[in-house]
Ligand binder design. Structure first.
Ligand code: PEP
Length: 254
């Protein structure tokens, strides 16, 4: 069955890059996208907060969207060091990642916290890229399905729509390790996510929500992963830091 969902290729730059690096990567991607007259994929880059304004300038007029990696759930106030969804929308962001496993682990973010962030993103007219995924211990303990179901139930705001929600399935043990689940394992989790979204949000909204795979996606494995029936794109960390690799992954959708 062919999917009505347009693949989304999302780059998570994490805590990498000074201004010159961000500008040069964004302008290299802009040049590549300009020549892609009939792109069959959407692309978004999520630089660190410090680079968002400079990257916005470099992407101006391009079909590449701008995203951020996190936000505070409150609109404004006494939250030293934090950044609100409204501030990110004001800079031109269309996407914000919520609940990346590095934030769940390093900043002890619960499902409820992730849900509040995602709701704040949606309230500002942007789309939340909500990350879920099991640890290695959970996979070894045959808990993957339960973990994914409970993270989805706890992290996705209700209501959510196809326009304001993207799910990223990222097995924690695959992030930055060079290891990936088999394509069968990826497909079975994505199919489960689709079933759960349908039950929670209804068939119509669920059918349009993109479910990305993330975790050591690179040019060498992207084509096999992106060809899976229920994989609608990728959330890419390390390989999004060079235009060459990131673009090669996007070209795997073609
Ligand atoms: C990520 O951090 O979201 C990620 C998928 O990283 P990597 O591609 O480096 O595994």
């Amino acid at each position: 069955m062919s999917t009505p969902r347009r693949p989304l290729i999302a780059g998570n730059w994490k805590m990498n890059g000074l201004r010159a690096d961000g500008e040069s990567l964004a302008s290299d991607l802009t040049d590549l996208m300009k020549n892609e007259t009939d792109a069959v994929f959407d692309m978004v880059v999520c630089p660190p907060f410090t680079l968002i304004a400079a990257v916005a300038d470099a992407l101006a007029g391009s079909a590449i969207a701008l995203g951020a990696q996190d936000c505070h759930p409150a609109e404004k106030g006494a939250h030293t060091g934090d950044v609100s969804a409204a501030m990110l929308a004001d800079l031109g962001c269309d996407f914000v990642i919520a609940g990346h496993s590095e934030r769940r682990t390093n900043h002890f973010e619960s499902d409820a916290a992730v849900q509040a962030k995602a709701a704040a993103v949606q309230a500002q007219g942007m789309a939340a890229i909500i990350c879920i995924g099991e640890t290695e211990e959970q996979r070894d303990g045959a808990m993957t399905f339960d973990v994914v179901k409970s993270q989805l139930a706890g992290s996705v705001p209700k209501p959510s729509t196809a326009a304001n929600t993207v799910i990223a399935y990222e097995p924690v043990w695959a992030i930055g390790t060079g290891r990936t689940p088999s394509t069968d394992e990826v497909q079975e989790v994505h199919a489960l996510i689709r079933t759960e979204l349908t039950a929670a949000l209804g068939a119509e909204e669920s059918a349009g929500i993109r479910v990305l795979y993330g975790g050591s996606m690179k040019p060498e494995n992207a084509r096999d992963l992106l060809a899976l029936e229920d994989v609608d794109g990728g959330l890419i960390g390390g390989a999004s830091l060079t235009a060459e690799n990131f673009w090669a992954i996007a070209q795997s959708c073609v």
